[in-house]
Each structure stands twice: as structure tokens, then as C-alpha cells.
Design a protein around this ligand. Structure first.
Ligand code: SER
Length: 312
């Protein structure tokens, strides 16, 4: 990774990834792009270009202008938003991915895009979901993620593009909030705990989902991209996870810092249905064995850090 081109650079992952990559690889070597510019550090601290990922010509030309040797494609709609507007989700998620892969092929660039626990569905084994298993998701987001995994593998086999991906769980961070995901409750709960000492969850008690703290997710992207290609048996995409919990467990953990914290429930049937179709916990053995994946934050360590950072 010497010249890194990022789409969706102002999103939940992209905004922090851009800064981290600039610190490691040099400010001018990380080109942030998004559909619009804002005042954030990612937009202001180095090269930035407005790029609509559905616009093939602009994307390829911009990546070429900077002589990108790495394309990190982050622009996509999350699960709950995609379910509200499935045709738009298909066009953005698949059209954007296709353009990003084509850019990588033209520039002979290395390629990363995230998949998700959303690539699994109700017929997938729910506990310790294996790396290679049934993938019949019932959401548009999941359909996009499975098609995306296949497409990225196709570009590797057919055109020799060095494509790599991670099946991320819900990602938790105190910097840029997620928008329109099913796992967002696990971020909102910390903000509300600090502001109001209470949280009404749209995900029901007893619903287990995998999660990871953002610093671990960023390290996982970099470690995978820097991994020796010959060691990778899998490519698109690796199961990664740091913890699995349900709302009562995260609430109990928050109570260790904020004793009076209360959780109540007003379940959103749409997002609950998505959550119910996803695994309870996934198995990250392949990622550990093939490129040394590890996560540093468990629920306790993440909660202490989240609350401390958010209080500031
Ligand atoms: N956080 C994502 C979502 O909930 C999962 O990939 O949509």
C-alpha cells in the first residue's frame, strides 16, 4: 500500500481509517473520496475528491490521477436503510463495487471491501458460524454482500486482482456514528448512557450479535492488506469478530461505570427481523490462521474506553 484511494472516506469506518492510514503511510499517499465534502478531519487533513461511486468514469479517472496502487472501497448502504429502498441499495452497493473493482483492474491495484455478518441468513448455523458455510441471506444488504464476495473472488481468479475482504460484525466507535445499520443500537446505547442515563433499545433482549471495537477493525484491515498473499487460502471474505453479546449484557457492563443506567425496549420489527436472521456468534479461526487476526478489545475493555472518550 503506497498510494491508497478510499471511497466512502467520510463514513463510519472510512473517517477513522483515513486518519490512521495517513499516519502510517503519509498524508499525501491517502486520497479520501466521498459523495460530498464536510468539515471532518478526514476531509480536511489531506487529499480529498468528491466521487460518486456510481459514476464509473469519475472514479477510474480520479484513481488514475493519483496513481493509486490500492483501492479501499467503503461506500455502501447499511442493512436497515437498504431494506427500506432495495432497488437503490442494489444500484449503489453493486454499481459502486463494480466500478471500484474495475478501477482496481485497470490500475493493477490491490483491493479491499468489507463484507458483513449480514452475508449470512436464517439457514446458516447460528453459533460459531464457520468460515465456509451456507450463505442464503434474506435482506438486500446480505444479497449485496454475498454477490460482492463472489464478485471480488471472481476478479482475483479471472483478472488476477489482489482482492481481500472481511466479514465485519457490528462496529462500535465514538468518532463517526453509523447510519442505518441493524447493529447501531450498540453504539447509540453509549451516547444515551452518558447523556440521559437510560436507553430504549429497538433490538430485543436475548438477541445475540457479533461486535468489534473500531481500533480492532482498523488494525484488521491493515493486517489483512499487508499479509503475505501466498498465505491466504480465503480472500473474500474472512469472518472476524471480537465479542458477541445481547442488549442486557452491554447494559450490565455500562452499569459498572454508570450504576443507575437503565435499559428498556421498544422493538422495531424491521430491524429485529434482520438481527434474527444473522448469526449469534461467528468463528474467526481462518482469519487467525491465515494472517494472524487478533482483537484486543472485549466488551469490558471497550465499554471503559467508549465511556471515557465520549465523556470528553
Ligand atoms: N453494522 C452493519 C449493519 O448493521 C452490519 O454489517 O448493517
Amino acid at each position: 500500500m503506497k498510494k491508497i484511494f478510499i471511497t466512502g472516506a467520510l463514513g463510519q469506518i472510512g473517517s477513522e481509517l483515513t486518519i490512521k492510514l495517513r499516519n502510517i503511510y503519509g498524508t499525501d499517499n491517502v486520497i479520501a473520496t466521498d459523495i460530498r465534502k464536510n468539515d471532518s478531519e478526514a476531509a480536511q487533513s489531506g487529499p480529498f475528491e468528491v466521487v460518486d461511486v456510481t459514476d464509473t468514469k469519475t472514479m477510474i479517472e480520479t484513481a488514475r490521477k493519483y496513481e493509486a496502487d490500492t483501492i479501499i472501497h467503503m461506500a455502501a448502504l447499511l442493512s436497515a436503510t437498504a431494506e427500506k429502498n432495495p432497488v437503490f441499495a442494489w444500484n449503489l452497493n453493486m454499481g459502486g463495487l463494480m466500478n471500484a473493482l474495475e478501477s482496481a483492474r485497470e490500475l493493477k491495484a490491490q483491493f479491499f471491501t468489507p463484507s458483513s455478518i449480514g452475508a449470512f441468513g436464517p439457514s446458516t448455523p447460528k453459533d460459531q458460524t464457520p468460515q465456509d458455510t451456507i450463505q442464503r441471506p434474506t435482506t438486500m444488504y446480505g444479497v449485496n454482500k454475498v454477490a460482492g464476495e463472489l464478485l471480488a473472488d471472481y476478479y482475483y481468479h479471472k483478472f488476477g486482482v489482489d482482492t481481500r475482504g472481511l466479514r465485519f460484525p457490528g462496529l462500535i466507535s465514538y468518532v463517526t456514528p453509523p447510519g442505518g445499520g441493524t447493529t447501531d443500537y450498540a453504539v447509540e446505547i453509549y451516547y444515551e448512557a452518558i447523556k440521559n442515563g437510560r436507553y430504549t433499545s429497538y433490538i430485543d433482549k436475548g438477541t445475540y450479535m457479533d461486535m468489534m471495537y473500531m481500533p480492532d477493525a482498523l488494525n484488521a484491515i491493515i493486517d489483512l492488506m499487508e499479509a503475505d498473499s501466498s498465505k491466504l487460502i480465503h480472500r473474500n471474505s474472512f469472518n472476524v469478530t471480537a465479542m458477541s453479546f445481547e442488549p442486557e449484557e452491554i447494559a450490565a457492563e455500562i452499569r459498572n461505570s454508570i450504576p443507575g443506567f437503565e435499559i428498556s425496549y421498544d422493538v422495531d420489527p424491521a430491524r429485529q427481523q434482520i438481527a434474527d436472521s444473522w448469526p449469534n456468534s461467528i468463528d474467526a479461526t481462518a482469519a487467525k490462521e491465515e494472517w494472524g487476526f487478533k482483537a484486543e478489545y472485549d466488551l469490558e475493555k471497550m465499554t471503559i474506553d467508549m465511556l471515557e472518550k465520549l465523556k470528553k
